[in-house]
Design a protein around this ligand. Structure first.
Ligand code: ADP
Length: 495
């Protein structure tokens, strides 16, 4: 394998420019880790409203890009900026599509033209590549395109069809990462004409899915290699219970499907250097965590109490098992825990949690917001992090919680299975508490194991130390990706 690979990382959201969930964290951190391993990796994302302010010196590299959508041309631009870690980022601009308040939709639902917005992203991104010049006027061409989630699903299809004979693009290998199989980008069949792809691809073996156009399926069928973000999720999504209708496609491609667990950026998430915290602390000297807990209680209006403070930081969506939390809440509080939630999302869940908080003043607090600073204070001030997900591709929240010494209480599914080890109080091994059944009893049983350990300070101290000394930094996973890029290039015959 060449020592220095050229990789284009295409993603619909990237920290610190735009974020709705874990994908943005991955897209911010993995390219930095790959750069650290000596590879030439660049990112391409949409130029949403407000990214200019976060991109430092941005310069336009392609002032006028023409992209064919159906029977008409749409114009865009390509600009270049850099991440804080100096990774080049290309921003595909079109204010009509991306100059909006949100990324994909409002609380009332998705933007009606998401299909068109992300056809433009896929095709426009490739058109942009054809025009790319780096600082010295040289053309820059990747060897591999790393695609992420449904918004990038048409890229592998375009490379195998419309751009097949292009001397550069035709040779590119593709690796497609599934961050969440439940979001597929499914649209009215008639939108196929806007893609510019032939109707011959609109079959069950191609981009068709029960009569509709499915972006994610397109990516799964046409990419050279597939990955998802944990080994357990890679197995689960080949079954009907987790496959969201795509289990057959994934089973067929099981030889090409790999699980690579996500990491987190240990510089971004570091309680020893986190400016949001009242007092820094570390695994070696965790004393500051008590001050962070007191500060969080103060900020949220919670009483001083002897029991553990259980926190959640989450999107408020069905996936995260919040209905189960609502049912289990009286039991959790009866165990002597306090409960604090920071989250935003479905209006009905927001209301339900706000109502519950009114019933337990001083013992339960809810903040409906997306708030990075408060999130950091929750991880630092929390004794436990609850994460009873229905399914969880990887989950980053529990990795951050481990790093901040908030012991995870998780449902044993997907990446939660792979990253949280059940604590054994006798041997003082393990990093958290896990339960299997999606049921109140199972959740409360895990909470009881946690409170019992919490009542023994020396035991709890050992558990927090175990949690804080886990290594979920990116380096090991970045090396796995490099090996897979090599494999994709070989499969393509481009190496
Ligand atoms: P998902 O991608 O399904 O939302 P992950 O656990 O993979 O879940 O990633 C969630 C990321 O988003 C974490 O970095 C978490 O801290 C952050 N996050 C989620 N909800 C909020 C919120 N309300 N405020 C601040 N950060 C949040």
């Amino acid at each position: 394998m060449p020592r220095r690979l050229r990789i284009l990382f295409m993603a619909p959201e990237v920290e610190p420019f735009a974020k709705t969930g874990g994908l943005a964290d991955v897209a911010g951190a993995l390219p930095a880790a790959l750069t650290g391993l000596g590879h030439d990796i660049r990112i391409l994302m949409p130029k949403y409203r407000g990214v200019d302010a976060r991109a430092g010196d941005m310069r336009v590299v392609v002032p006028r890009l023409t992209v064919r959508l159906g029977d008409h041309d749409v114009e865009g631009t390509l600009s270049e900026g850099r991440t804080a870690t100096d990774v080049p980022v290309y921003f595909l601009g079109n204010d009509h599509y991306y100059g909006r308040e949100h990324l994909y939709g409002t609380g009332d639902g998705d933007y009606w033209d998401n299909c068109e917005r992300f056809i433009f992203f896929c095709r426009g991104g490739l058109e942009g590549l054809l025009h790319l010049r780096d600082g010295s006027g040289e053309s820059w061409q990747p060897q591999v395109i790393h695609c992420n989630d449904w918004q990038t699903g048409l890229i592998p299809v375009y490379l195998r069809t419309l751009y097949r004979d292009d001397p550069n693009l035709g040779r590119l290998a593709t690796l497609f990462t599934i961050h969440n199989l439940a979001y597929q980008g499914v649209f009215w069949h008639y939108d196929v004409q806007m893609t510019g792809l032939g109707w011959d691809l609109f079959t069950p073996a191609g981009i068709e899915f029960y009569g509709k156009l499915n972006f994610l399926k397109a990516g799964l069928v046409f990419s050279d290699l597939l990955t998802t973000v944990s080994r357990t999720y890679a197995r689960e999504i080949r079954t009907a219970a987790f496959g969201n209708g795509l289990e057959g496609v994934l089973e067929e491609r099981s030889q090409d499907l790999h699980g690579v667990v996500n990491g987190i950026d240990y510089d971004v998430w570091n309680p020893a250097k986190d400016a949001a915290l009242r007092q820094p602390y570390s695994a070696d000297d965790p004393t500051g965590k008590a001050a962070c807990r007191a500060a969080l209680r103060e900020q949220l209006g919670l009483e001083a109490a002897p029991g553990p403070l259980v926190v959640m930081v989450t999107r408020l969506v069905e996936q995260k098992g919040l209905d189960l939390v609502l049912q289990a809440l009286p039991g959790v509080l009866a165990e002597g825990c306090q409960f604090a939630l920071l989250g935003a999302g479905d209006a009905s869940l927001e209301t339900a949690f706000e109502e519950a908080a009114r019933e337990y003043p001083g013992r339960m607090a809810v903040r409906i917001a997306y708030d990075d600073e408060l999130a950091r204070r929750m991880y630092a001030g929390g004794d436990c992090l609850l994460m009873p997900s229905r399914y969880e591709p990887c989950g980053l929240t529990q990795l951050v919680a481990l790093r901040y010494g908030a012991v995870p209480i998780v449902r044993r599914t997907g990446g939660l299975t792979d990253t949280v080890i059940e604590f054994d109080p006798a041997r003082r091994t393990g990093t958290g508490f896990a339960f299997d059944a999606f049921a109140v009893d199972a959740l409360l049983d895990a909470v009881r194991r946690a409170t019992s350990a919490y009542r023994q300070p020396a035991v709890w101290k050992a558990l927090v130390k175990n949690a804080m000394t886990q290594d979920f930094s990116w380096e090991a996973s970045a090396r796995e990706y490099v090996a897979l890029y090599g494999k994709a290039l070989k499969a393509k015959g481009s190496l």
